[in-house]
Design a protein around this ligand. Structure first.
Ligand code: MG
Ligand code: ZN
Length: 196
């Protein structure tokens, strides 16, 4: 039995859901939700699509934090989201350093493709919210719609995108604004489907 592919909402973690730290998030005590992020994920959950976090965590490869602690941070993050009335269906992370040249570290699309295969996701109809040029590029390489938020590193990263003349992404103030924009897009798709 085959199931139809479904659109998903991919979220970067640091700078989108929680505050970025120059010295990496190395424990749950250092994890701080950005203002409005929990409420925004609740709004996204109402859209009834898989919500998947896709994050580079080179702090593991650099030896600053262990796999176990990163897994614990993600369990606690998911619990906090569920307690707030939201949902996160999966978290995929890349533990490698840039010089390991893995196939998962963003801007490579490996994690998006892996999630798509595991969760029957239609990448061409999916959204990816990030705060970095590498998020926008990973989204574009996977065929998703990139949304660049201005929280975290977003404002500086948008200057890079402009300098590199990268277009085709939707800028948004923060995850709350991005959630509203995604809802509008999905409602439009639904209406279009009904009319056709
Ligand atoms: Mg980020
Ligand atoms: Zn990797």
């Amino acid at each position: 039995m085959t199931f139809p592919l479904q659109p998903a909402i991919f979220l970067d973690r640091d700078g989108v859901i929680n505050e970025n730290r120059d010295d990496y998030v190395k424990s749950w005590a250092e994890f701080r939700f950005l203002p409005g992020a929990l409420a925004a994920i609740c709004n996204l959950a109402k859209l009834r699509r898989p919500i998947v976090v896709i994050t580079n965590q080179s702090a593991i490869g650099r030896g600053y934090v262990s796999h176990d602690v990163v897994d614990e941070i993600h369990q606690r993050m998911i619990s906090a989201v569920i307690n707030a009335g939201g949902q996160i269906d999966a978290v995929l992370y890349c533990p490698h350093q840039p010089d390991e040249h893995c196939s998962c570290r963003k801007p490579k699309p490996g994690m998006l493709r892996k999630a798509a295969a595991q969760l029957q996701i239609d990448l061409a109809q999916s959204f990816f919210v990030g705060d970095a040029e590498s998020d926008v590029l990973a989204a574009q390489r996977a065929g998703c719609l990139p949304i660049l938020v201005h929280t975290g590193r977003g404002q500086n990263e948008e200057k890079k995108l402009q300098a590199h003349k990268t277009s085709g992404y939707q800028p948004c103030d923060d995850l709350a604004t991005a959630a509203d924009w995604i809802a509008t897009q999905l409602n439009f798709q639904r209406q279009h489907f009904r009319l056709s």
